[in-house]
Design a protein around this ligand. Structure first.
Ligand code: GLA
Length: 373
C-alpha cells in the first residue's frame, strides 16, 4: 500500500507559551506544508528520504531509542517510536517528503513532519487512530524522543485546523472550536526575521521550568494546590509578588494575561472587531518582549515597524521566539506599503533582509492519494 499525505505548518495568531500551562491558544494552519509519500515495506526498516536536503537514512523499528539528537530523521523516527510505545503494530515503510515551510522560522516545520508521518503510518497500517490521538502521539515524539518539552499547539493545529478558520484550543481539556477567520480585504502577513531560533530549545525548556517554579511559589502563598498557571488570577499574582523572584513574577503575569487575551481575541474575531484583535496582538508581543523575554531585537524591530504602518491592525512575534516570524494582520491594500516600510527600516540594521510570506487559514492534515500495491 502507498499513500500521499499533506500536513500543514502553523502560525499562532495569539496565545504564546500558554499551551504547556494548560491554557488557551488560537493558531491556524498555513497553506505551506509537507507532502509525504509513504509505502509499506515487507520488513521493519524505515527508509526516509528528505528531498529538500538531498539526504536519506535507514532506521530499524527495533532499534529506535529516544535522545538521539535533533536531526530531521529524529522526527519521523520519534513518531514511529511513539506509535510502538503506544502498542500500535506498524510495519516498515519507505517515506519520502519535501515541502515549503521555511525551517527554523517558527512555522512548525517539525510538527508538520511529525504529523505527516503519523498520518501516513495511520493509513498504511490501518490503525484508525482519531485526530486528537494522532496529535498527542506527535507531541509525545517531540517531548520524549526529540527532547523538546513542547505543548500540544503545533501538532494539534497541523491535524485539526479547517480552511478559513482559526483553531481555538483549550489545552487542558483539548476541547476546540473553529473560529471564523475569513477576513475580507485583510491579509495575514508573515515577516520572517531570518534569525534562526538557536536558543529556542534550551530557553524553551527553561521557560517551562520557570512556570512550574512560579506555580509552586503561588501555591505556597495561596496555601492551595492549583494545577497550573491557568488556574491563577492576575490579582493573585499581584498579591504574591512581594514573595516572588522578579523573573518568576514576570513569567506568571505574562501567562495569566496572555490566557485572558486569547479569550478576548476569540470574541473580537467572532464579532469582526479587528481593532480590538489587533490591540490584543500588540499587547501579546509586548508581554513576550518584556515579561516572558522570548523576543529578540530583530523581532521587536519588525513588530514596531508594523505597528507604525498604516492599515496594520496588529502585529506580534509568533511561535517559541528568539527569532522566526512576526505575524501582522493588515489591510490587503496596505500590504505593499508595509513591505516597503519594513525593507527600508531594516536595511543595514538587520543582518539579513526579511522575507515575506502570507497565508490564508488552511485545513489540517489530509490524504492526497492512496493506492494498493
Ligand atoms: C513552540 C511549541 C508550542 C508552543 C509555542 C509557544 O512552537 O512547540 O507547543 O509552546 O512554542 O507558544
Amino acid at each position: 500500500m502507498r499513500v500521499k499525505v499533506f500536513a500543514p505548518g502553523r502560525v499562532n495568531l495569539i496565545g504564546e507559551h500558554t499551551d504547556y500551562n494548560d491554557g488557551f491558544v488560537l493558531p491556524l494552519a498555513t497553506e505551506m506544508g509537507i507532502i509525504m509519500e509513504a509505502a509499506l515495506r515487507g520488513d521493519s526498516l524505515i527508509r526516509a528520504r528528505a528531498l529538500d536536503m538531498g539526504e536519506e537514512t535507514s532506521l530499524s523499528l527495533a532499534d529506535l531509542a529516544p535522545g538521539g539528537g535533533r536531526n530531521w530523521w529524529d522526527y519521523p523516527a520519534g513518531v514511529c517510536w511513539a506509535f510502538l510505545e503506544e502498542g500500535c503494530r506498524i510495519r516498515g515503510a519507505d517515506i519520502t517528503f519535501g515541502g515549503d515551510i521555511p525551517i527554523g522560522s517558527g512555522l512548525s516545520s517539525s510538527a508538520a513532519l511529525e504529523v505527516a508521518t503519523a498520518a501516513a503510518l495511520n493509513y498504511l497500517n490501518n490503525l484508525q487512530l482519531d485526530p486528537v490521538k494522532l496529535a498527542l502521539l506527535c507531541q509525545k515524539a517531540e517531548n520524549k524522543y526529540v527532547g523538546v518539552q513542547s505543548g500540544i499547539m503545533d501538532q494539534f493545529a497541523s491535524v485539526l485546523s479547517r480552511s478559513g478558520k482559526g483553531l481555538f484550543i483549550d489545552c487542558r481539556s483539548l476541547e476546540y472550536e473553529h473560529v471564523f477567520l475569513d477576513l475580507p480585504g485583510q491579509e495575514l502577513a508573515l515577516i520572517d526575521s531570518r534569525v534562526k531560533r538557536s536558543l529556542a530549545g534550551s530557553e524553551y525548556n527553561r521557560r517551562r521550568e520557570e512556570c512550574m517554579e512560579a506555580l509552586a511559589l503561588l501555591n505556597k502563598y495561596l496555601g492551595e494546590t492549583r494545577l497550573s498557571l491557568r488556574d491563577i488570577t492576575g490579582e493573585e499574582v499581584e498579591a504574591a509578588r512581594p514573595g516572588m523572584p522578579a523573573i518568576l513574577y514576570r513569567r506568571a503575569r505574562f501567562v495569566v494575561e496572555e490566557n485572558r487575551r486569547v479569550l478576548e481575541a476569540v470574541k473580537a474575531f467572532q464579532k469582526g472587531d479587528l481593532r480590538k484583535a489587533g490591540q490584543l496582538m500588540n499587547a501579546s508581543h509586548e508581554g513576550l518582549r518584556d515579561l516572558y523575554q522570548v523576543s529578540c531585537p530583530e523581532l521587536d524591530l519588525l513588530a514596531e515597524t508594523a505597528w507604525a504602518a498604516p492599515g496594520v491592525w496588529g502585529a506580534r512575534m509568533t511561535g517559541a521566539g528568539f527569532g522566526g516570524c512576526v505575524i501582522a494582520l493588515v489591510e490587503k491594500e496596505s500590504l505593499p506599503a508595509l513591505k516597503k516600510r519594513i525593507l527600508e527600516k531594516t536595511a543595514g540594521v538587520l543582518a539579513k533582509q526579511p522575507h515575506f510570506y502570507h497565508t490564508r487559514p488552511a485545513g489540517g492534515v489530509r490524504l492526497l492519494d492512496q493506492a494498493d500495491l
